[in-house]
Ligand binder design. Structure first.
Ligand code: 5RP
Length: 229
């Protein structure tokens, strides 16, 4: 996806921002455009407050001069704008390609509205082409991975469950956790899979965002397509 298209999707989401709003700030290359555009608006005098979904977004938002808060100070947010790795027509999402899924889900759950910005290539008929990220605690990794592998096989995974790496070492999330990526191909029952993964001790969260997103702005060469739920 070109940076121009990402920015167009982000620009549509900026139109939803009103003075005084409490915002969740997503993570990733598309959300980065939203934070940059929000910074422009703030410098023009807009007053909002934001909760970043990653340390990366925190650094960008601070550099943009956006006033930040925490969910401890501000437990309810008006609007979260974030990217996605995949979405279907019911606005079920796979997120976590950037490794921020736990904070992203906590922030989205605290928001009255979650809006996804993406390019139309992220839209799929059935979720699962993108490997599903599962955030796990390092303690007991092999046991947790074995439990996740069993669930993956039960739900039709044709591929591997892989520990995400950053070079020679495991990738570590902002929360100090690891990520297992499950190669599914197609996920036939996302809701049931989500429930099964949530029941595994050691699993902090998974990248299925179901019933959370109400609007998606999908940028195409011909304009921005809107999906509402
Ligand atoms: C990070 C995410 C991102 O929103 C997702 O990976 C999409 O990123 P991009 O906009 O760079 O394609 O879930 O954890």
């Amino acid at each position: 996806m070109s940076e121009t298209l990402k920015r167009e999707a982000a620009a549509r989401a900026i139109e939803l921002v009103e003075p005084g709003m409490r915002l969740g700030l997503g993570t990733g290359s598309t959300a980065r455009h939203f934070v940059a555009l929000l910074g422009d608006r703030v410098r023009q005098g807009l007053h909002v407050v934001g909760v970043p979904t990653s340390e990366e977004t925190r650094a960008q938002a601070e550099a943009e001069g956006i006033r930040l808060t925490t969910l401890d100070e501000t437990p309810r947010l008006d609007l979260t704008v974030d990217g996605a790795d995949e979405l279907d027509d019911r606005l079920r999402l796979i997120k976590g390609g950037g490794g921020a899924l736990l904070r992203e889900k906590i922030v989205a759950a605290a928001s009255a509205r979650m809006v996804v910005i993406a390019d139309a290539s992220k839209r799929v008929a059935g979720l699962g082409r993108f490997p599903l990220p599962v955030e796990v605690v390092p303690f007991g990794l092999a046991a947790t991975q074995a439990a996740v592998e069993k669930i993956a096989a039960h739900f039709g995974s044709q591929g591997a469950v892989t520990l995400r790496r950053a070079g020679a070492v495991p990738f570590v999330t902002d929360g100090g956790h690891y990520i297992l990526d499950i190669a599914f191909g197609v996920i036939h029952e996302p809701e049931t899979l989500a429930t099964a993964l949530n029941a595994v001790p050691g699993v902090m969260e998974h990248g299925l965002f179901i019933g959370m997103c109400s609007t998606a702005f999908l940028a195409t060469e011909g304009g921005v397509v809107v999906i509402e739920n």
